[in-house]
Design a binder for this molecule. Structure first.
Ligand SMILES: [Zn+2]
Ligand SMILES: [Zn+2]
Length: 373
């Protein structure tokens, strides 16, 4: 399923102000909140709205999104992505609006780490032939000192006494309508359900540390601009023993001076002189696989297209090999000297329209008739 445009999701224009975006988001979030909406796909819509807001409310992410679309929006500063984890802090706002009742996840359940995205620029030829490389990305790793528990080694971790490990607190409130119970994230344990006696000094109790990690990436031959390479298990660390997320490397292929990619095919424009075009010649054309001889037949017109079979990019999924297409551009000479001009005049007097083939001749004659007066 393709993703909807974030601006469409929020129903705002591309130049909407921060306030407009926020207002629209609040309206839609209330409408689709899974606890109140009767609509069948409310949860999906709510997630979509929230995701759109997360991007458009953040100036940097919004800029990236405007420039690169969905792929760009998921890339944060320095190549570190951000995940669409859960409803997060917004839950509290809605608990206040709707009096709780939201089903919160068990804070102790294993969860997969977030997926990260990293954008990598490669040369045109590198995308054709592939390469092995190493990237260094900033990422969160499980803290080795405390093995992710957040507790100083030798001290104990116990169940949060305030929420009994549930990560939530019930807040009773007397209102004119009676007693209302709001469920909130436990602020003693930040919703983790656990409390440590003494925090680990390495990670400050987070259980995670920021590191730079080197990862070997194998860029497959034939990869194209915008394609992603998934590196399993190199995303953010899992929580409560869950598996790590995945890393997605988005490939950006640099433009080439002469070549252009069209899927597995490569396009190239080739200038030839008008005498080569008229008399025919054997020329050398560049391909990514080296120079190739190409016979240009006499009478070749500008815009003629030749195909060099198998001289394109290999298919990234292993289905054969693309071709190179050559588009001939006949160059009309400029800066002629007197002798050259004279020879061309002689040529003209000698040949007139006779050098045209039947089709060109017919067109020429019809045009002459049409514009005679
Ligand atoms: Zn607690
Ligand atoms: Zn630690």
């Amino acid at each position: 399923m393709s993703k909807r445009d974030y601006y469409d999701v929020l129903g705002v224009s591309k130049d909407a102000s921060k306030d407009e975006i926020k207002k629209s988001y609040r309206k839609l979030a209330r409408k689709y909140h899974p606890d109140v909406s009767q609509e069948e796909d409310a949860a999906e819509k709510f997630k979509e709205v929230k995701e759109a807001y997360e991007v458009l409310s953040d100036q940097q992410k919004r800029q990236q999104y405007d420039q690169f679309g969905h792929a760009g929006a998921q890339q944060g500063a320095g190549g570190q992505g951000f995940g669409f984890e859960d409803f997060g802090d917004f839950g509290d706002i809605f608990d206040m609006f709707f009096g709780g009742g939201r089903r919160r996840r068990d804070p102790n359940a294993p969860r997969q780490g977030q997926d990260l995205q990293y954008t990598m620029e490669v040369e045109f030829e590198e995308a054709i032939f592939g390469k092995e490389t190493t990237i260094e990305i900033p990422k969160e790793e499980k803290c080795d000192t405390c093995d992710g528990s957040g507790a100083k080694p030798g001290t104990s971790v116990h169940t949060c006494s305030h929420c009994n490990g549930s990560g939530q607190l019930n807040m009773e409130q007397n209102t004119p309508f009676g007693r209302v119970v709001n469920r909130r994230v436990c602020h003693y344990c930040d919703g983790t359900g656990k409390q440590v006696e003494e925090k680990c000094q390495t990670c400050g109790g987070d259980g995670q540390v920021k590191t730079r990690k080197k990862i070997d990436i194998n860029i497959p031959a034939g990869v194209d601009d915008g394609q992603q390479i998934r590196v399993t298990g190199h995303g953010g660390p899992g929580v409560n023993g869950g598996p790590a997320g995945d890393l997605y490397v988005v490939i950006r292929v640099k433009r080439h001076e002469f070549f252009e990619r069209d899927g597995d095919d490569i396009l190239c424009e080739m200038p030839i002189t008008f005498t080569q075009a008229a008399l025919g010649d054997e020329i050398e054309v560049p391909t990514v696989h080296g120079r190739v001889k190409l016979k240009v037949p006499a009478g070749t017109q500008t815009g003629t297209h030749f195909r060099l079979k198998g001289k394109g990019a290999p298919n990234v999924h292993g289905y054969g090999q693309g071709d190179q297409h050559i588009l001939v551009k006949v160059m009309v000479p400029k800066n002629l000297n007197d002798q050259q001009k004279e020879l061309l005049r002689q040529f003209h007097e000698l040949s007139g329209d006779e050098t045209l083939d039947e089709q060109q001749d017919n067109l020429f004659k019809r045009m002459k008739r049409a514009f005679k007066g």
